[in-house]
Design a protein around this ligand. Structure first.
Ligand SMILES: CC(C)(COP(=O)(O)OP(=O)(O)OC[C@H]1O[C@@H](n2cnc3c(N)ncnc32)[C@H](O)[C@@H]1OP(=O)(O)O)[C@@H](O)C(=O)NCCC(=O)NCCS
Length: 126
């Protein structure tokens, strides 16, 4: 709760009539994220998103209607209401379907990895 207050984090739970589909979260940290050229940048940050295992890859049919896409579109729409230059997140390098999802939404990868194998990804918001 302290961390949520500190980074102004909101969490959304997504349901269908058959249960909890997943959740998404979004923070508005006060720290600027320097770009490689050193320019200070206003960021929003996705601390975590997840789809319940029984809803992963669902619903079948049009890719755009998958729950993962619906939640990601919603988080990007929420972030676009912030005065923000970039939307960022961390993901483990082995998390292939998460990385594929983020790339589809125009997230780019930073080259550095932390000691746990996580990398940063970002997308421009304007
Ligand atoms: C990451 C997560 C949200 C993605 O949701 P999902 O419903 O499982 O993913 P989707 O079915 O939409 O798949 C996303 C894309 O990953 C790709 N993909 C799936 N499995 C893959 C694999 N083994 N290797 C490479 N790409 C893969 C596909 O391109 C797929 O897109 P498609 O619709 O064109 O097939 C979900 O798996 C999840 O909640 N995982 C656990 C929590 C987590 O890892 N959260 C992210 C933390 S940063």
């Amino acid at each position: 709760m302290f961390s949520m207050a500190r980074y102004r984090t909101k969490v959304w739970l997504y349901y269908t009539s058959t249960g909890l589909v997943g959740f998404g979260s979004l923070s508005k940290p006060k720290w600027p994220w320097p770009l490689p050229d050193g320019k200070p940048t206003k960021v929003s940050y996705i601390p975590q998103m997840a789809i319940s295992s029984r809803f992963q890859g669902k619903p079948k049919g049009a890719k755009d209607s998958k729950f993962s896409r619906q939640i990601m579109r919603d988080l990007i729409a929420q972030a676009s209401q912030h005065d923000t230059d970039m939307l960022c997140l961390h993901v483990h390098v082995d998390n292939e379907n998460a990385i594929a999802l983020y790339r589809e939404f125009e997230f780019h990868e930073f080259r550095e990895r932390d000691e746990l194998g996580n990398m940063k990804m970002f997308r421009f918001m304007r």
